[in-house]
Design a protein. Structure first.
Length: 229
């Protein structure tokens, strides 16, 4: 048994997908699908949040590099670190990104980087799969590795959002059938504000996932932009 639910869940999920699909398809499905489209939307959001050429960027829960791959087409980063818990995802991400992008497997409740290393950190569709206390522990460590006034962008699912209620109902159905591939968590805006305050951030913007369009397309998940004090 793995030490954390997320390691066990995701390793099994990725192994199953790789055994059932061609590699590109498996690597897209493993991160929720839409490798090019969702990667493009998420990377637009990272740029909107302030990512610029010359910056140091950290992608928490980078998966198969869906966002990193798209971001590299938009900005020329000074440094990039992507972490995840599943090695085959990281290996694939490496093949889809510039040579100087680093990908590190890290299966602990911390960020493997020195204090004040990054201008921007982002995490798409990651806090959606972690327990609340785990999210908060990562949030605290992300505050540590961000430079002063650094930015943290992350997506989440909220029960108060009508479109997300459908995802919750599906989650309930798969849970009832004991078929859930991994944990699906829903957190609320009010909670994010409290976490942010205690972890040394200010919430600068919450972007509606289902309604806000990026070149005509919606991300689906709600996005929070936090600024470190
Ligand atoms: C839905 S995928 C999203 C991947 C990527 N952020 C993207 O948007 O393409 C969730 C990812 O989070 C990773 N993950 C889950 N728990 C994690 C943890 N505790 N630390 C780092 N990565 C984690 C999973 O392995 C998976 O690659």
């Amino acid at each position: 048994m793995a030490q954390f639910h997320f390691v066990e869940d995701y390793e099994r999920h990725v192994n199953e997908l790789v055994s059932q699909h061609p590699l590109d398809e498996a690597m897209s499905l493993a991160v929720g699908g839409g490798y090019e489209l969702i990667g493009d939307i998420a990377s637009q959001i990272v740029v909107y949040a302030g990512a610029k050429s010359g910056m140091d960027v950290f992608d928490f829960g980078c998966g198969s590099g869906r966002v990193a791959h798209a971001l590299a087409k938009k900005v020329d980063l000074k440094s990039f670190l992507g972490t995840d818990i599943v090695q085959p995802l990281l290996d694939y991400a490496k093949t889809k990104t510039p040579d100087h992008y680093r990908f590190v497997k890290h299966q602990a409740l911390s960020v493997p980087a020195p204090d004040e290393s990054f201008d921007i950190t982002y995490a798409f569709s990651v806090f959606t799969h972690l327990l609340q206390a785990e999210c908060y522990i990562y949030l605290q460590d992300i505050a540590r590795v961000l430079k002063p006034r650094g930015t943290f962008v992350f997506s989440f699912l909220e029960l108060s959002e009508g479109a997300h209620w459908g995802i919750f109902q599906n989650t309930v159905d798969t849970q009832r059938a004991l078929q859930a591939p991994h944990l699906n968590m829903f957190i609320e805006r009010s909670q994010i504000k409290i976490w942010a305050k205690h972890a040394g951030f200010k919430v600068t913007e919450i972007i509606d996932g289902p309604s806000k369009r990026w070149n005509g397309h919606a991300l689906g998940q709600t996005v929070a932009i936090l600024k470190k004090h």
